[in-house]
Design a protein around this ligand. Sequence first.
Ligand SMILES: C[S@@+](CC[C@H](N)C(=O)[O-])C[C@H]1O[C@@H](n2cnc3c(N)ncnc32)[C@H](O)[C@@H]1O
Length: 260
Amino acid sequence: MQDKNSIEISFEEYLNQLKLNQLFEKLGISDSELLAKEVEYFTREEAEKRDRIVVNYFGKEGVNRIVNKIIELLFAPPELPPDASLLDVGAGTGFFTVKIAEKVKAMLPEARFYAMDITPAMLLSLFKKNTDVKPFVGVAEKIEESVKEARAHIDIPLKFDVVFSILMLHHIAQPEKVFESIKKVLKRDGKAIVIDLCEHSFEEFREEMGDIHLGFNPEEVYKMVRKTFSNVEVNVMPGIRCECSRRSAELFVAYMQNNP
Ligand SMILES: C[S@@+](CC[C@H](N)C(=O)[O-])C[C@H]1O[C@@H](n2cnc3c(N)ncnc32)[C@H](O)[C@@H]1O
């Protein structure tokens, strides 16, 4: 077993030597200013308090529903291999990643979890939780390229059995690119799950929460995803809303399988 301190030092060293602007350049990111603004927002407003924010949005009951929905889809056929590799994209502080990892590992102890995010400060909060989820910095529109860069320092597979993403999509300028990017790193018959907000009218969320999209119409999401995945379902999640100061929005779940 690796020494706990050496893991901590090596992850912090990894973050210390990382230059985000250089990473964006290597990944060929065209709108790096927009990404830098997202990073700045999440570092300043959420890295220290994201977990509390999520509980305020959904309550414990809502959080459990999100986690249980993901578990239900993960354990629906086709079966995951015992040593499945699972990637959370836009994992933030790993609030959901850790809960999902605990449940999956109770049934598949060999499963391995990876958490990618663009904001190093969010991942540092995840790292401090001292779990065996492996965090690394990367861009959702360029997952494959991000993995290749991070592999210089961290042991990460090139392909995954599962890719999931929770509440990240409305922060992405061109969401269709995320689905294309997910498909490239999914194994054949791999599963992808994306949960995000349904469309709402709270324009102020752009300023208050760094949002780029005011949620999405699930039918539009279906059409967008169908361009990349032939096997997709998009459904509104019943009995759950994201509540913020008496403003609330529904959630949708998009479930994709990577078969021809
Ligand atoms: C609203 S938070 C959700 C975090 C986590 N999934 C959760 O539910 O608590 C959105 C996350 O997406 C990340 N993010 C935004 N744009 C991204 C991008 N282009 N690539 C990767 N992560 C991104 C942010 O840094 C932030 O951690």
